[in-house]
Structures are given as C-alpha cells and as structure tokens.
Design a protein around this ligand. Structure first.
Ligand SMILES: Cc1ncc(COP(=O)(O)O)c(C=O)c1O
Length: 462
C-alpha cells in the first residue's frame, strides 16, 4: 500500500503544479529549494519571493487589457496597489517597477507617498485613490498633496460629511464616492459601514458637489468584502452599482472612472480553481452592456488589489520542535514560533493557508494539529480549505522536519504589528527576500534579522 505523504498529495491533487514541485524528497516553491534556504538562514523564516509580485500585476493587466481589446471596450484599465496589504519598502519597490498606481487608507499612507516620491519611485501624475473614514489629519494631508502638485489625488468620500474638508480647501478637488455595498445575506450587518448609501448618492451629487466649481466627481467606487466571485450576490451588487453609475453619468460628464475595489482571489489550496480570465471578461462585458443599454459612455476601470498583488509571494517556514500525543486521537506538532502572531488571520478570520511539509515527503503521514509557542488556546492550526484536518510526515526526533505556510504575503505583518511587542514575547521571525538576477539565478538578502529580546523590551519601556 502506498502511504507516504507524497502518495497522499499525488492522489488528492494535481501535483506538481504551478509554484509547487519536489526535488528528491523535499519541496521546491517557485523553483526555490527551501531546504537550501533553511540550511543557510535557519528558521523560523518569513520569505518573500519578489518576482511573484510583478508577475501577478502583469497577469491582471494582461487579462483586463485582453478583455478590453476583445470586447472593443472603450476605456482604459488602471491597476492600483492597495498599500495596506503590505507597506514594506521592498514590496512597494517591486510593485512600482510595474507602472501602477496606489490606493491609500490613512494619514500615514500620505507620508509614505511623500517618501516614495522623494526616493524617485513615484511621480506626481500617478493616481492616489484615497479610501477610508478620514480624520482631519488624513484630509489635511491629502489637501497638502494636491497643493504640492500631485495631480491625481482622488479622495473617495466615505460619507457625506467628509465633503466639508474639501469645500473649504483652497484647491480644486477631484473626488470619488464609495457606494456602501449590501453585505452578503449571512453577514451580521445588512449594509457595509463603509461608503454612502445607494439611495443618497444622486441627490448628494446634485445638491452638494455639482454646484461647487472647485469640486469634480470623477470616480464611483465599490468593494465587496467577499471579493470578485462568480456568485449571484456579486453580480447583483455589480448591477446595482452600474445602475448608480449610469444615472450619475447622465448628469455628470466628468464621471469617467469606475473602481471595482480589491478582493481578487488567490490560491489557498492545491485544488484552487478560479477562472480569472472568465471573471474579468464577464465583468468588463457587463459594464459595457449596461452602459450601452443606458446610452452612456463606458468608464475607465480601476482595481485596487492587495492580496492578489502580494499574497502569493509570501511563505512562513517553521521547524517542528517536538511531538505531543495528548490522548488517543490528538497529536500535536509544536513549532518554533507562534501561529497567532505570525499569521493573525488564522484566528481573526479563520483563514486557511496552504500548508506543506518542506522535507520528508516520502515518509508515511499522520493526522496532526500544529501548536504555536504561545500559551494561548487559539495558537493552533488544524484544517485546510478542502479537508477538515492536516496530514504531515511522521516526526522523527533525529531528523528535523520543517513545515511551510504558503501565500502568506499580505496583511499578516500589518495585523500582527511586525517587529512590535508580541504575545508571550515571541519574536518576529527573520525576513528573507528572494529575487532573480538578469539571467534568472536566485539571489537572497536578509531584510531583517529575527527580533531580539532587547528590541522588544525597549518598546515596552525597559
Ligand atoms: C477599499 C479597499 N480596497 C482594496 C482592498 C484590498 O482588498 P484585497 O487585499 O482583498 O485585494 C481593501 C481591503 O481591505 C479595501 O478596504
């Protein structure tokens, strides 16, 4: 009987597959032999494979532009990167090589923009789509950008009161409006707390924006929490948004941009099967049809993908320190960091990531739970997207076993406060950047060493 870990994967999924393959008995991730990396840099380790970021951006740009061309859609596509998904300088450097625009979420994001401009990474022509419920510090900083000649700063109004900040500003302002989407039927709230209600938008524009010669409404924005999915819910929300767009476009020729938000899915399991091409083409087609029916010009299309841009570039690697059998059934692999603090999404939103052993693929497997080093009951991981359990190769004290959590490149560091204080004082892992040179050879660079006790204690006032 075949019962090695490799057999399990081979019989359950298509394997090898894009991004994942084996060399001998251990894993290659995008052609990287992770065991080699561990041998050189140790673990725990947070890896970013930077070429994946550009590849994702190019993929989306190509798919949108192909659909635009195929359908003879009259409008352009603009890719914005949602900075909150990862603010690291090495991520922004990689993103901005691909001629994209930015989506901002807070006052400090404006400081980031100024820093990027000072480094020569962005120009004052790039779009800055500015979302969020905005305190005065944020709107003041946005107005500061506009006064300093950033030509395409677009505050997206989250609520009607926000407009006051711009009516009194001594500068012309291009605006967007975020439509408050209806949440999925099984969600706790009926309407998103973010944005302005569908029914209020038309009159708000006519009464408050149109009469003011310094204000132009240029963009309509919507974002569905659950992402761009082929569901009745998504298509019905898109249809409502298009209704608002067409109605407004008839009275406002300056409204030329439609922002589809973020939420483009990424691979969270080895049987991930999302048809990007179909979805994009269908979105573009629906917009085109509706505009034609209503006799209005089609808008330029914006997206602000965060997770899609950076998620699949990230990996977290841990060593299994030991095994514990707590009763007949419950077997634990204890790893050398905390799951809660390195991947807060796993307990915050019950996110599942791809988990695979790095080595020992030809050993028999067993069902396990993975335990983090903190004493918190929630510091564990024990199920995958398609299976309510986790299987890993059997553990042998004499030969180290390593596991990787894949596609963890977005949000995890921001949510866990990278480098700050940590639950049970468990340090932020070393961060390693992997790239390829002009001839395709791998290059590595330590971005930051593992957090040291003194750094954390200093934050705590010692
Ligand atoms: C307004 C807005 N745009 C874009 C995004 C990015 O979403 P994702 O990372 O799912 O692409 C978010 C995420 O919260 C958001 O709030």
């Amino acid at each position: 009987m075949k019962n090695t870990y490799f057999d399990l994967i081979n019989q359950t999924y298509y394997f090898p597959q894009a991004g994942f393959a084996l060399t001998d008995d251990h894993l290659l991730f995008n052609g990287i032999d992770i065991m080699d990396i561990i041998a050189k840099y140790g673990s725990p380790l947070r890896i970013f494979y930077l070429p994946k970021i550009g590849a994702q951006i190019q993929k989306a740009k190509e798919l949108f532009n192909n659909s635009i061309e195929k359908l003879s859609y009259n409008g352009k596509y603009y890719y914005c990167f949602c900075t909150k998904s990862s603010h690291f300088s090495f991520v922004l450097d990689e993103v901005l090589k691909n001629k994209v625009h930015l989506e901002l979420s807070s006052a400090f994001d404006v400081d980031l923009v100024r820093k990027l401009h000072a480094r020569g990474s962005i120009s004052k022509e790039q779009f800055m789509v500015c979302n969020g419920y905005k305190p005065k510090e944020y709107t003041d900083k946005l107005i500061g950008l506009m006064k300093d000649g950033y030509k395409n700063v677009l505050p997206v109004l989250d609520n009607m009161d926000e407009l006051d900040a711009y009516t009194t500003a001594d500068v012309d302002v291009n605006l967007g409006i975020r439509i408050a989407a209806e949440e999925e039927p099984n969600f706790e709230f009926y309407t998103s707390r973010l944005g302005i209600r569908y029914s209020d938008i038309h009159n708000f524009y006519l009464e408050k924006i149109k009469p003011n010669p310094h204000l132009k409404l240029r963009m309509l924005h919507f974002f569905i929490n659950k992402g761009i999915q082929d569901t009745v819910y998504y298509w019905s929300e898109l249809s409502k948004v298009l209704g608002v767009y067409c109605e407004l476009r008839k009275v406002n020729p300056e409204l030329t941009m439609l922002n589809l938000g973020g939420g483009f899915p990424i691979q969270y399991s080895l049987d991930f099967n999302y048809d990007y091409e179909y979805m994009i083409e269908e979105v573009v087609r629906q917009i085109q049809h509706r505009c034609k029916d209503e006799g209005v010009p089609t808008p330029d299309l914006f997206t602000e993908f965060g997770n899609f841009t950076v998620g699949e570039s990230g990996v977290l690697v841990f060593k299994v320190l030991g095994e514990k059998l707590q009763n007949d059934q419950e077997r634990w692999y204890m790893i050398n960091n905390s799951l809660m603090t390195t991947m807060p999404d796993i307990y915050g939103i019950q996110q599942k990531f791809i988990i695979l052993p790095i080595n020992h693929w030809f050993r028999p497997f067993q069902r396990v739970n993975i335990g983090g080093l903190s004493c918190d009951g929630s510091d564990y991981y024990n199920s995958e997207v398609s299976q309510n359990q986790i299987n890993l190769p059997v553990f042998d004290k004499k030969e180290s076993l390593y596991v990787g959590f894949f596609h963890t490149g977005a949000y995890q560091e921001s949510l866990s406060g990278y480098g700050g204080t940590k639950h049970c004082l468990i340090p932020s892992p070393k961060v390693l950047l992997i790239n390829r040179d002009e001839v395709g050879n791998l290059t590595t660079q330590v971005f930051r060493e593992e957090q040291q006790a003194a750094e954390m204690l200093q934050i705590l006032g010692y």
